[in-house]
Structure formats: C-alpha cells, structure tokens
Design a protein. Sequence first.
Lengths: 346, 346
Amino acid sequence: MQKKRTTLKDIARATGVHVSTVSRALDPTERKSITPEVVAKIQAAAERLDYRPNRIAFGLRTNRTMTVGVVIPDITNPIFPPILRGIESVLEPLGYASIIVNTDSEREREVRLLEVLRDRGVDGLIHAAVLRSDPSIAKAAQDGLSVVTLNRRVENSNIPYVINDEDMGICEMLRHLTKLGHRRIAHLAGPQDLSTGQLRLAAFRNAAKRMSIDIDPQLIVTAMRFDEDEGARCTRELLASGNDFTAVLCANDRLALGCIDVLRENGLDCPSDISVSGFNDMPFLQLARPRLTTVRIQQYDAGITAASILLRLMNAGADDDIPLETVLPVELLERESTGPVAAQKR
Amino acid sequence: MQKKRTTLKDIARATGVHVSTVSRALDPTERKSITPEVVAKIQAAAERLDYRPNRIAFGLRTNRTMTVGVVIPDITNPIFPPILRGIESVLEPLGYASIIVNTDSEREREVRLLEVLRDRGVDGLIHAAVLRSDPSIAKAAQDGLSVVTLNRRVENSNIPYVINDEDMGICEMLRHLTKLGHRRIAHLAGPQDLSTGQLRLAAFRNAAKRMSIDIDPQLIVTAMRFDEDEGARCTRELLASGNDFTAVLCANDRLALGCIDVLRENGLDCPSDISVSGFNDMPFLQLARPRLTTVRIQQYDAGITAASILLRLMNAGADDDIPLETVLPVELLERESTGPVAAQKR
DNA sequence: CTGAAAGCGCTAACAC
DNA sequence: GTGTTAGCGCTTTCAG
C-alpha cells in the first residue's frame, strides 16, 4: 500500500489554521487575500511536510482533470511519435497529462475508446484518427468537450482542425513529375473514408486538370489502408490492367514503398523504368533505397499547433475566435526515386 | 461547458431507492446482496439515463485511479511503440489507462516526471528508462508503489524486471562472426550507465573469453548514446586508431547503421570488407541496405510480460511470489551485413 | 483576512 | 435487503 501523503488538513493542523486558509495560501490567485506572515508559515509547513496536492480531489471538486486524450490510429506508425512529442512539449509544462489511445482505424474501437476518455473526464481531446463522417466525435464536441482534429477533419462540423497543405504538396509533386517528362502518371490513392486520402485524390485530379494533363481513370487505384501491403496490391493491379504509365504518385510513403517492391519483383527499376513518389517523409524513410522523393509534412509542429489550439479551446469556451482551419506548409523533397521518363517507355 | 452527466443520485431519484443501493446494484460483486427485481429496475434506469460511472469520484474514494504510468526514454525510438502496444493490450481491456512520459534519458526530467505520475496517483508504473542506479524509482517502490522495469533493471533492489537475453544474443552473434572466420572483432558498446549497454559489453567480454578469442581493448569503443551519430563517431575513432579489425559487433541497430555509413564514407564495403552486426531488430530496419544481421528481441511480448507482472504486483501486494527476473528469449537473424572474412583483410 | 460549512460522486461500514 | 451515515481531499460560497 502507498504510504499516505500529507493533505491540506495535515498542514492546517500543523499550523493551527483552517484548511480553507491553507488552500487559499497555496493557491497563487487566492494567496493575495491572506496575510503574508500566515502565507509564509503555511508554505513553510507545506514544504517541510512535502505536501503534494491531490489532483484527484481537485478534479472531483473542479471538474478539471488536467488530462487530455489523444486519439491516433496506431502508435507504431512512425509519423505519430513526433506528433505526440509536439503535443507533449506544449501540454506537459502546463501540468497536463495525456492519455494516448490507438484505434487501429476501427470505428468500433474508436467509439469505445472515446467513451473511455470521456469517462475519465478528459478536459479536451486531440483526435488524429477521425473519419470523414464521425458522429461520435461530433456528438462529443456538441456536448461541450473541447476537441481539435489533426491531419484529418470531420466534415460539416465546426471542430477546429490542423492539416497539411495536401493541395500544394500534390500539386508540386505533379509539377515535378511533368518537368521530368512524365505524362502517363498513375495515382495510388489512400482510403477514401479518410480525409487525407480523399483530399489528396481530389488534389491530384484538380492539379492535373490545371496542368492540362489527361488522367486515365484506369490509372487511379484506391488503397484500403495506408500501408505497404496495400501499396503492393494496388501496384499489382495496375500492372495487371496492362495500362501504360511511367510514374506513380502515391498518397503516402508506405504505399510508395510497397509499390517500389512490386515493381522490382516485376523487373522494373525505380527510377530508371518507373518513377515513384511518396508523401509525408516519415521517419526512417532515409533508410530506404532508392531514397524516396516525397513531400515533407511538419509532424512535430502539427502536434504543437493542435495542442495550442486545444488550449485556447479549453480556456476560452465556444465563443472565442478560434480558427476553424489551420493549414501547415509542406515541402517537396526531390530525391532518387523519381527521374526523367525513360527514352522508350516501359 | 460539459453537459452534466447522470450520477448515482439521479438514478436513485428515478427509481426511488437510496444511492447506496444503486451503487451496490451496479457493482457486480455487491449485486448479489440485492433483490433481483430491484437490480433490474436500477439497471434499466441506468441504461435509460446513460449512466457512466465517474472514475474521478471512484478514485478519490478508493484510492485507485485505474491508471498506470509508463516511463520511456523517447517515443520516437521505434522499439518503444510495439512495447506500448503490448502493454496496452493487457491493461486496456481491464479498464486501465496509461500515461506515457518521455525522459529523453535526462535524470532531471525522469525525476520530475516520476513526481508528476505519483501526484496523479497512478496505481503502478512500468519503467523502461531507469538508470542502473536510480534512487528516485527505488524510493517510489519502497513507498509502496507497484513498479516493474522493462529492458533495464535497477541494481541492488527488489524491483521486478523484464529483460532480454542479452547474454545469449551477444554470444550467438559472436559465434556467428567467428564461424565466418572473424578474429579481430570490434565492439561498439552502448552507454555504460544503462544496464543494456553494460550487460551487452559484459556479455561480449565473457563470450569472447569462453570462445578463447583475444579482444584487443583498443577495439572496444563506448557510445554515449544509442544512436546513429554515436555509431558514426565511434567508428571514426576506431578507424583513426589504426587498429585492424574485420567485424564490428554493435550494441544496437542504430549504432550499426551509423557504423556502416562511416565505413562506406571511407571506401569500406559492408559486408565484403567489414562485417557489421546490430541488436534489437528494430522496426523499419528492413528498409536499410545491406539488410542488417541482428538479434531480434521480443518487443510486443516484453510489453505484455511487464504489464502482466505489474498487474500481479498491484493486486497481490508485496508478499506474493512475483518473479524478480524475467528473461525473454532472443533470436539471431543472419542477414546481409555479415559475411566471410575477406581473403586479404582490410 | 479567516473560519465554518457545504458538497463534488462515490464507496463502505454500520444499522435496522 | 436496503437505508443511514461518514468521509476520501479539495474548493468555494457565505459569514463574521
């Protein structure tokens, strides 16, 4: 059993004042209404007895747990750890702790974990795993829970969100590929029930139109998950369809890695036969060969931004001028997986 | 503001019984002392009013928060996410939430975060970032907090720990290298204030002695951190010293990756000129070329094991027969970064 | 300026 | 079986 800790009552007894006086003396904002000598005496006793406020009791009384929930698809996906560090870097110094949960992109799990977090009375929520239509999180927000979504957004809601400039990223990548002479460009699209997947596909179509590039609908294949296996599957499908292409613009890095593997299996070299590009510039990507041309997103900063917005949300209530949308800039990274279109294609 | 939730009192009012009756009816172990009809009525009301127990109040009353702390050096190190998922897989279904904190291997931070966790009244602690001598965690354990350490252990204490079979791993790796003909084998040792670094160096020395291999003290270089930069620095030092070697056994994968880079910079190919081995088989390692020969440790299972021990610790008190030491098996993975010693060495 | 008292939501003796 | 009561440690009216 835990050794019992000193409470306000203990200090009150030691100093001969009432607990409420102790409480006030220890609260920076209430302190001013107490005689300095009394404050000093109380602080000394608190120090001596190694007093540590009981956050549980505080939470019960004030309905603030100083805890936030962080919902992500899967911590083993390496783009999330930097985001979490970013969140922690702003919340932890302010006394907040975060409870991180993994949804594995399963709606059922997401709903259940959201309940768990609400049961624990989190003061706010950073949600990086919402679906485009996500009633449970919308309801939570409506019930007054402070929530901000990260990387994704829930449509038709006024939940603030922090996303990357997907449009710009896709657009610059497409321009990069066309500069290299590519015209028949395939797209491995991400899951369309996630806003990232949907936005990047839309961005691809728009950019192509703007640049007057014909996109063969046959060259757009949609992955069911953002992982290597799906990248591989989609690439096989692409090859089996018999349509010509000289480049594959993938909706994220992991799809691209799977793609390159399958191309290699089929005797196609990247980039000399086919160019492949990714998105995210995830950690450890630099280990891969060829080094992947991709779009860097700001992972750590996304965490910082989302946490900052959540803070404003939690402290201000609903009527403040919190920005609904925050778009973080992205950066094109030209590396080795893209190159000039082969003289004789395929 | 949060919409107010229904409480036991609300249910009591709705059903015309006393709150304590409601409390009992909703508690599986107390339920049997209540008339079935009353239980049914109460459960129906609870359902209808969407009752969710307030864990804060529960925690204040029972002194159990159903929360555990997890202390790790840095979540961006990819060996930790699988461990966390392992922990979560046993704790979460039982209603526990975990608060994860990163120490960045800084003692000051570790001490402060430990205090934060204790202030929050965690029921137990899984600590994967202890130092070999770690008074703060020893004190916490002595004060009655349930704690188990992971990957590392604190010496001269009776804190249960879960580690990998470092001895076996190093030994098998050394045998593997000698089979390939290597005799002049360097060791990039990990930080000696971490038990992993220290154990692996000791294992290296012991194994060499057992196999009657002379180890030149000059060929042992100690890294200050377990990362690529330190692997690179140590390798430069090794090369600069002018001592001959045909293989480098590294205390972890990241040191090995840094090592291979520097060898390449110096015109030395791995494995044809020099063999290099790692330890851990961390996620995404398979992206690296040459594919690294390494020792696989059980990351997910380590999390499961530590969490299971913590559970027993929390539920049993100090007098149960909890194993002090759990050693998880490891597995040698022969891949491409090690090969037969070159005919003409270096 | 400080004390008294109430109460956050829940559990756990103790009555009856 | 169920109600009564007390209280976990804290904040926050309300008096004085």
